[in-house]
Design a protein around this ligand. Sequence first.
Ligand SMILES: *Cc1c(COP(=O)(O)O)cnc(C)c1O
Length: 359
Amino acid sequence: MSRFWSQHVAGLAPYVPGEQPKINNLLKLNTNEHPYGPSPRALEAIRAGADEALRLYPDPESTALRNAVAQFYGVEAKQVLPGNGSDEVLAHVFNALFRHPGKALVMPDITYSFYKTYCKLYDIPVKLVPLADDFTIRAEDYIGLPEIPAGIIFANPNAPTGLALELRDIERIAAANPDVAVVVDEAYVDFGAETAIALMGSCPNIVVIHTLSKSRALAGMRVGYAVASPEIIEGLIRVKDSFNSYPLDRLAIAAAVASFEDREYFVSSTRKVIEARETLTKQLKTLGFEVLPSKSNFVFARHPAHGAAELAAGLRSQGILVRHFNAPRISEFLRITVGTPEDCTRLCNTLSELTEKTS
Ligand SMILES: *Cc1c(COP(=O)(O)O)cnc(C)c1O
């Protein structure tokens, strides 16, 4: 605590992102980045945009991107709010939709850990709902809640489990809580789950959050967006315009629009990751791992005879980074990003050595 800090700063619990170290021959399977690059058209748009026009501010509303997203999903542009990464969009969602005095935000005990960080930042009480023993989200647990919550949030597919809820379960949760926002963070949806944007006609309280960091391989550009009813988006825009008028720079907007225009690259690069995931799942099972059925670009796996911390350290010594969460219920799991088939082979060869050595 410094005497210069505002009082609430001492109580913050900042999110700790996966590390980005500089090691030779490093295999980064710890932050769910895409193993292939972004669409070549996105790269071309960035190059084409790097000119003297950068002296001008970007479009504060990112209109071209709102239109591209709206067209891709068959919604209206006024239902889309872009932001500087989906983490920023989520921050606005917490600020604009979840600050209801005396009410708690309901979320699974195991989900994207940034949600708790935002709750601290915005002083929002949390009510955790435990996942089932098989790590699935049980829709029934969110129906008939004893008290009206400030809102509901979860990731689908969930992080770090990779397990997905079906749309009819999301619909049941949203329909049972019609007076609060039900926020579905779909960072990984393109790798095998279905988007809840399809439910917005019947459930106007659903807010869907997307990122271009995972399936569109643009983590370095920082682009995400919310899709919701015009009424909800208007509230988010009020917060955004009270915080940063120009969250997306010119190059980020150009790259994101070009990515949406290149549907073919998006489909084919996503398919490659899904295929590699299925192969990796089989390989890990052959090595004795239990692997949860993932609908994302990572797998969540544990070995019956080897601790996850020990395996993560062993991999690290061989230049392979994976994510290990030292948290209740999941401390025996490794979260491993799906890389190229070559990446997966290197990972499995190393894991094979590590698991043979001491068993
Ligand atoms: C990666 C991730 C995000 C953050 O995405 P950015 O757009 O890079 O900020 C949000 N939610 C979940 C569940 C994620 O895994």
